[in-house]
Design a protein around this ligand. Structure first.
Ligand SMILES: Cc1ncc(COP(=O)(O)O)c(C=O)c1O
Length: 419
């Protein structure tokens, strides 16, 4: 026991000791024969980072689409508080969600997010579970009756999934689809044939797979209707005028935290009349009335979000964050454009995402090699989504400029080596 406590203390201090190996043989009887089960636990030191991997401070630049890279400072702070949270003698994972420590953490997460996005008290801010996918159902369940129409603009796989799920709970209508153009565009807003009776107009603010991002937002035709946005992959990457929306939802695992928590920002006057079949866990009013503590929330994920929001405020807020994001995306798109067709990004120039940059190589046979060689250089998770292939560099808030610069240098070098 003492050894275990010492190891944990060392781990908390960031000092993982040399490899120790414990093997246990558990025996148990079964009706037919005696079986042996061997469980082997090995505590291993982190492998040293080879010089060739000297990329970010952790040895790699992680271009994953989500769960995605988080700010180093946040990870280190969480590490330092993991074992004994602010003198409580417990990890934040081990304490009651109704205790004073977690209460302070969730309140801080909410108030910092309100500051970041200037969210007025007309809106409830909810920390929920089930991912953005659950919101595909929760939105129509809370905002519509089964026969109500709702408008959906389909700019990629995620808005398409939202539309398909809504078919179970209301009468959604596709008012524009970019499918025939392989999801490379966002329509001009007057080309959207909105239904004047629609309860809401649903968009996906940034299509994570296709790299298509709204730079401005359409207005619902009907003044009583509202704009609803899935902002999972560009949440808190730039300032957004929340008052233009009735509801914004976002899974945290791209820009603001780990997976496990989904943030919903909803105008209070829109909630409280869900369809009778709405499960209690999908009823926004229940969560708003209980300050996101109706049931056990994803405590650790909410706590990490609180650290990320604090970090974003420390960086100067979302205006400053957007400037950094625009710079990173700018150099990457420029490298693609200047490659003379060696690299190709199919997305319409005016709606290229600042967050997810999908591209292909003119010679698609080279893509595997590109991704493998980049990984050897410490640039990982660059494979495009399995549904579209190619390469995708996700460059969320926490991706440092140096990571994108390194990728651009690698791209130029790779091209030079494959004339
Ligand atoms: C834009 C967008 N919406 C929805 C989802 C689904 O999120 P989740 O897997 O958290 O349900 C994703 C996931 O990547 C996404 O990128």
């Amino acid at each position: 026991m003492a050894a275990t406590a010492a190891a944990a203390a060392a781990a908390a201090a960031g000092v993982v000791g040399s490899a120790s190996h414990h093997s246990r043989i558990l025996q148990f009887s079964s009706s037919s024969r005696r079986r042996q089960l061997c469980i082997s636990c090995t505590a291993v030191s982190p492998s040293p980072i080879p010089a060739s991997l000297a990329a970010g401070d952790r040895g790699v630049y992680n271009f994953a689409a989500g769960p995605a890279t988080l700010p180093e400072s946040v990870i280190l702070k969480a590490q330092s508080e993991l074992y004994n949270y602010r003198g409580s003698g417990m990890s934040i994972m081990e304490m009651s969600h109704r205790g004073k420590e977690f209460d302070a953490a969730i309140k801080k997460a909410e108030s910092d997010l309100r500051r970041l996005l200037s969210i007025s008290d007309d809106f409830a801010v909810l920390f929920l579970q089930g991912g953005a996918t659950t919101q595909f159902a929760a939105v129509p369940l809370n905002l519509c009756k089964p026969d109500d129409p709702a408008d959906y603009i389909i700019t990629g796989s995620w808005s398409d999934k939202a539309y398909k799920e809504a078919q179970k709970f209301c009468k959604p209508n596709v008012v524009w689809s970019g499918k025939s153009e392989k999801y490379t565009k966002i329509p001009s807003f007057d080309a959207i044939r909105q239904n004047p009776d629609a309860k809401y107009l649903h968009i996906c603010g940034n299509e994570t797979i296709h790299g298509v991002e709204y730079k401005d937002y359409p207005e619902p035709k009907n003044k009583n209707s509202i704009l609803v946005a899935d902002m999972s992959s560009n949440f808190c990457s730039k300032p957004v005028d929340v008052s233009k929306f009735g509801l914004i939802y976002a899974g945290a695992q791209k820009n603001v935290g780990p997976s496990g928590v989904t943030i919903v920002i909803v105008r209070r006057d829109l909630i409280g009349d869900p369809q009778p079949i709405t499960p209690v866990m999908l009823d926004y009013k229940i969560h708003a009335d209980n300050a996101s503590l109706y049931n056990t929330p994803p405590c650790f994920a909410v706590y990490i979000c609180a650290l990320v929001f604090e970090d974003l405020l420390d960086q100067g807020g979302l205006q400053a964050v957007e400037e950094k994001n625009a710079k990173k995306a700018g150099i990457l798109y420029e490298a693609i454009e200047r490659s003379g067709g060696f690299y190709v990004c199919p997305v319409d120039k005016s709606v290229k995402s600042l967050m997810n940059v999908p591209f292909t190589l003119q010679n698609s046979d080279l893509e595997k090699k590109f991704i493998a060689e980049a990984a050897k250089e410490g640039m990982i998770q660059l494979k495009g989504h399995r549904s579209v292939g190619g390469v995708r560099a996700s460059i969320y808030n926490a991706m440092p400029l140096a990571g994108v610069e390194k990728l651009v240098a690698f791209m130029k070098d790779f091209q030079a080596r494959h004339p």
